[in-house]
Design a protein around this ligand. Structure first.
Ligand code: UD1
Length: 359
């Protein structure tokens, strides 16, 4: 009797820097399963050092489609992604579309697919900051609501989804895909040349609108960092949004080493060597917890509470004046110690691929 297998077709949508880090291990694991896959880059991030470098270092295949949407207001960027993605997905007819994280590309693709009745799977589902002033929180809630399959990184994600009425049968706790990439490239990061950087430093990244789009808060942050620079050097790779604001508000940041955005492997190497990391990013809270490096998060809340509960992360609120005292404590060896959360083990991408192969 003739038998045949219908090959599943999985389409991935990525758009911004953190998406690339999350998608890389999933793409690799699905390739091993032998399923057909298509990669769509929305072009939300388009600078070489925000996009191409990540594809190279993470060995992500060239996207099959680049929608080249570029920057814009939230509404226009989201709408443009939807407009340009719809014909691609109609032509490709995937069995399932994978979306990652919480950026505008994530929610735009989920909206398009759900209206076309194409199943959506969300990688990094269930995270909640419970703060709707964050655009990412809105993206998370809407994407999860529209997704048919929800891959969560930790137990709090499952709990949030169940509280919102998601059927437990749609939830798969697979662990943290970002940590898959970190573990894979840690040896390369260790081999990274150290020259050009101070021996001891605080690593800083800031790009949240609540911190950088308001001149008073950005000025206060730079003032606190300048104060810290008398204790320890500041290494600050600057997101394009933040660089624009520093120039626009005429802020003096001379005492800080302002750098261009840094490629993934080199940034990982900096994280491993930093005395402390000061950030408002989501993923960096997780990476520092995995690496056991103290992290001071300049936000009032976090969608990654596990990094505070058992990791090295401390929420500083939006008050940068508290930073110098905290850095001093760390310099005296009294930094927060932590442990690595369950399932942050480098195998999350493989778990996702197995679920998709058998779904
Ligand atoms: C986006 C995500 C955020 C994520 C961050 C990681 C949303 C709502 N936000 O924020 O969750 O943490 O990516 O980096 O999706 N720009 C460039 N070159 C680029 C990309 C952006 O110059 O390659 C500048 C543009 O001026 C743009 C601004 O940065 O207007 C903001 O970019 P955008 O993609 O809208 O949001 P991010 O702040 O990067």
């Amino acid at each position: 009797m003739a038998s045949y297998i219908l090959m599943k077709h999985i389409l991935h949508v990525v758009g911004a820097r953190p998406n690339f880090v999350k998608a890389a291990p999933v793409l690799r694991a699905i390739r091993k399963q032998g399923l057909k896959q298509t990669l769509v880059h929305t072009g939300q991030h388009y600078d070489r050092n925000m996009s191409d470098v990540f594809f190279t270092e993470l060995e992500i295949p060239r996207p099959d489609f680049n929608l080249e949407v570029g920057s814009g207001s939230h509404a226009s960027q989201t709408a443009e992604i939807m407009r340009r993605f719809e014909p691609v997905v109609l032509e490709q007819k995937p069995d399932i579309v994978l979306v990652y994280g919480d950026v505008n590309s994530t929610v735009a693709a989920a909206l398009v697919c759900s209206k076309l009745l194409i199943p959506v799977a969300h990688v990094e589902a269930g995270l909640r900051s419970f703060d709707r002033t964050m655009p990412e929180e809105i993206n998370r809630i809407v994407t999860d609501r529209l997704s048919d399959l929800l891959f969560t990184p930790s137990e709090d994600g499952d709990r949030n989804l169940i509280r919102e009425g998601v059927s437990p049968s749609a939830i798969r706790r697979v662990g943290n895909v970002m940590i898959d990439s970190l573990m894979r490239l840690l040896p390369a990061a260790s081999a990274c040349p150290k020259n050009g950087y101070p021996e001891k430093f605080a690593l800083v990244t800031l790009h949240r609108p609540s911190n950088v789009d308001n001149s008073k808060s950005l000025e206060e942050i730079v003032r606190s960092l300048t104060q810290i620079s008398s204790m320890v050097d500041i290494v600050f790779p600057v997101h394009p949004r933040t660089r624009q604001r520093i120039a626009e508000f005429g802020i003096n940041a001379q005492r800080l080493h302002l750098l261009e955005p840094i490629p993934y492997i080199e940034f990982l190497s900096l994280q491993t060597r930093a005395a402390v990391v000061i950030t408002d990013s989501g993923g960096i809270q997780e990476e520092t917890t995995y690496l056991g490096v103290p992290c001071l998060t300049l936000r009032a809340n976090t969608e990654r509470p596990i990094t505070v509960e058992i990791g090295t992360n401390i929420l500083m609120g939006e008050d940068p004046t508290k930073l110098p005292a905290e850095v001093e404590k760390i310099a005296l060896g009294k930094g927060k110690k932590g442990t690595i959360p369950p399932l942050w083990d480098g195998c999350a991408g493989e778990r996702i691929a197995r679920v998709l192969a058998s779904h």
